[in-house]
Design a protein around this ligand. Sequence first.
Ligand code: SIN
Length: 335
Amino acid sequence: MFKSILAMAACALVLSSASAHGAQTQSPILIKFAHVVAETTPKGQGALLFKRLVEERLGGQVKVEVYPNSSLYGDADELQALRNGEVQLLAPSLAKFEKYTKQLQIFDLPFLFDDLDAVNRFQKRAKGRQLLRAMEDHDIVGLAYWHNGMKQLSASKALLMPGDAAGLSFRIQPSSVLEAQFQQLHASAQVLPFAEVFDALKNAKVQGAENPWSNIYSKQLHSVQPFITETNHGVLDYMLVSNPRFWYAIPHRIRSELEGIIDEVTYEVNRQAEAANQADRQRIEASGRSRLITLDEQQREAWRQAMRPVWQQFEVQIGSDVLKAAQTVNRKQRN
Ligand code: SIN
């Protein structure tokens, strides 16, 4: 008797939480998708494609509103807004989840993944897929990984060797791995929301930053950074996330259709991300605003050796199993 009263109470709680999150009672179901980048970037394009396909296939049942460029929520409040049910889809950079799981810090380790293909292989394997569920206790469920690209180091001076970065201050995302990475260079790091990076560089609040070409070009960061070193030292990718209380309350037939659309959009975003970044690299070079520095093998190895101690620092909190799995995905094996 007591058990069935408990079961009824639990059921009532689930239903009221589902309707509080709007999925079952609202018609059409409204999905607000907020992000912090420009619409021309891989993530911006992915959000628009998702909206188009949903409205073509589920028109009248699901409505999607896309809010780019931190116009609804920014880095500081978007994840809390998702947990509160105020926004239904986000795709934050993987560096922005540290508060909810340490395991995703794997993606911030410098020189761990040689390129986006290696990142892709890791995300598709069992360990990578498990990480999509690592934050469910915090009301965050991962639906897919979306690529942006490999990060480049921009600065107010030419960075050829790691020692050239000493004494500079770099803008970082909220990640202690990234902070440690710059400490290894005897540089300092300041956490700033993406929306503030341009002004911070322009006003010399910080002297450097790290981002893929698409983010640099779309925010014109190259116009306030005279040098960009093509380090490809780390990855900037995204996790498309929702609130599980919203997501699992969507009627099964509609949710399956949405998941199919997400698979298609993910395929497109990930297929086009590298080319989009290379096109933006060329635009930056053609602009003549910033000098692009390419590293030879020896220089690149010096950067790798300088940043590599960060792996040991974070191995325990990330999990050696996760680190080991990630170390097997490069084509060229190293120690
Ligand atoms: C993003 O690509 O979503 C922003 C990355 C950053 O904060 O640098």
